[in-house]
Write a protein that binds this ligand. Structure first.
Ligand code: F6P
Length: 542
């Protein structure tokens, strides 16, 4: 099928630093951007819009509704001229043509000669479109696999003899399903526990195995490549444990108790797993949650819930694909990221989801953004003279307020914060949700306003930027839309920077060296090693 995808001619793009808009943005930043004050920006509105609440126009201009997500960008260090220049930058870089090339199934992952089509995983079957579309046949395969996977999920849900589902995978084969199963726990089938094993550190697997009854456990081995050391090591140990627990009865039961989620079905079969759900090389690991990798979520929330999840993501795909750039939320967020990284020089962004079920969201988005855009060369391999992915980090609120928010308010570095709030709670405990929402609003307010009438230790400089993303409810559909929003904003900044957001060569070196070091740990051979590694290795063997 991949062979049928035509590389075509990729649209011409211009690297951001070679456009006139980049120079214009530098001049604009030097003239005004550096001294921009949010408080003044809001109060300046009063003069233009007599009778209207002070700052209301700014709020209207810099907030928007996108599918399932309302976004307030008004507490960011931007004004209309800045946003207009950023939009010009996007035009001069060929952002929309690059986006359209992705949606047309062109091989925009140029270092691996692959199309990038995670959007197809949530495209309705009836939108198969023109049979000439390069992805026309791929969409049919997506739906065949989806039907099989959802039917299997329903069987597992109905099977009361299975009480524990263990996902064994790492990176994109762990973080997405783990994040989403936790986020949507409210919708989960009763009577089943979900576990996620990723680390090669045996403490993790051993701790989980000790809670399990083999006869009641389903292992899902999730790995795009089916070669990743951590996953293969954990899968082998899980299989050996299962065989040891059930003895002679184990062999015929592997097909019922082990399933593989992989694009390397042959590899899974060679490992001894015959129940398999496949996906394709055009789905990047960190973009794979809506493929077979989402099976734990499908078991948890059911086929109907999973379809809603896909529909939410599709709605955001359509928004990204068709909304005018000036009201296109992934484009606006991605351009803001560029403004902060390359003109303000902010080196990180903090994510604060004010919902405890979103506890793994920061880790999930960390991989999405930092593995996608943590690149130092452009698409042609030339070293970049400007910075790319910021560090993304965070914890759920309000916990973070009592840990690192001190630094956000009074530290020497400015860190833009992205707040995520959910209007409606799904619990009925009185008082909690109002307090939670009051806290998230107050933090955004405090970062912006500061406390400049107090001196010394009580002085808060304020003017610290934040974005506020609001979901009405945390549902499969809103989570799907939120994930697609984040995927596309990462696409936007990566595209402006002229990098390939869809490869990850940076993880290879450590993998190769680990194999060599593992052999040396066994043999004690240190010749040719640097003195530090040799010294530590000898200490570990002593
Ligand atoms: O090593 C990085 C990486 O390739 C990620 O991109 C990926 O999500 C993860 O490893 C797991 O890979 P796989 O699904 O092939 O086991």
């Amino acid at each position: 099928m991949t062979a049928a995808l035509n590389a075509g001619t990729l649209p011409a793009t211009t690297r951001c630093d070679r456009t006139p808009a980049w120079a214009a943005l530098q001049a604009h930043f030097a003239a005004e951007g550096d001294g921009f004050d949010l408080r003044q920006a809001f109060s300046a509105d009063a003069a233009d819009a007599a009778g209207v609440e002070v700052g209301a126009q700014r709020f209207a201009n810099f907030s928007q509704q996108a599918p399932h997500v309302f976004a307030d960008l008004s507490k960011n260090l931007i004004d209309e001229p800045t946003e207009a220049l950023l939009q010009t930058l996007a035009q001069q870089c060929g952002l929309e043509a690059h986006r359209d090339a992705m949606f047309a199934g062109q091989q925009i992952n140029t270092t691996e000669q692959r199309a990038v089509m995670h959007f197809l995983l949530r495209q309705p079957a009836q939108q198969a479109g023109d049979p000439q579309q390069p992805w026309h046949d791929a969409l049919a395969e997506v739906h065949t696999t989806l039907s099989a996977m959802l039917a299997y999920a329903e069987l597992v849900r109905a099977d009361e003899s299975i009480t524990d589902v263990v996902n064994i995978g790492i990176g994109g084969s762990d973080l997405g399903p783990q994040m989403a199963v936790l986020a949507l726990a409210e919708f989960s089938v009763p009577g089943k526990r979900f576990h996620f094993v990723s680390n090669v550190d045996g403490h993790e697997l051993a701790g989980i195995l000790s809670q399990l009854d083999a006869a009641k456990t389903l292992f899902l081995v999730a790995s795009k490549t089916f070669t990743t050391t951590e996953t293969m090591t954990n899968a082998l140990s899980a299989k050996r444990w299962f065989e040891a627990q059930l003895g002679a009865a184990a062999a015929p039961k592997i097909a019922r108790h082990f399933a593989a989620l992989t694009s390397n079905v042959a590899g899974a079969q060679a490992f001894g797993i015959t129940t398999t759900f496949g996906f394709w090389d055009w789905v990047g690991g960190r973009y794979s949650l809506m493929s077979a990798i989402g099976l734990p979520l499908a078991i948890s929330i059911g086929a109907a819930g999973f379809k809603d999840f896909l529909a939410g993501a599709h709605a955001m795909d359509e928004h990204f694909r068709t909304a005018p750039a000036t009201r296109n939320l992934p484009i606006r967020l991605g351009l803001l990221d560029v403004w902060y990284r390359n003109f303000h020089g902010f080196s990180s962004r903090s994510l604060a989801p004010y919902h405890s079920a979103l506890q793994r969201l920061p880790a999930y988005l960390q991989q999405l953004e930092m593995e996608s855009n943590g690149k130092r060369v452009d698409r042609s391999g030339e070293a970049l003279p400007f910075d790319t992915a910021p560090v993304l980090w965070g914890e759920p609120g309000s916990n973070g307020q009592h840990a690192y928010f001190q630094m956000l308010h009074q530290g020497t570095e400015v860190v833009p914060v992205e707040f995520v709030a959910v209007k409606k709670a799904s619990h009925s405990l009185p008082g909690h949700h109002d307090k939670l929402l009051a806290n998230v609003l107050a933090q955004a307010q405090a970062l912006m306003l500061g406390q400049t009438d107090a001196g010394g230790h009580r002085h808060f400089p304020g003017n610290r930027p934040s974005t506020f993303l609001l979901l009405d409810e945390l549902t499969p559909a809103s989570l799907g839309a939120f994930i697609a929003l984040q995927e596309h904003r990462v696409f936007v900044s990566g595209s402006i920077w002229g990098i390939n957001s869809f490869d990850q060569w940076g993880v290879e070196l450590g993998k190769v060296l680990a194999k060599d070091v593992e052999a040396r740990l066994a043999s004690g051979e240190v010749s040719g090693l640097d003195a530090s590694t040799a010294g530590l290795l000898q200490k570990l063997r002593a």
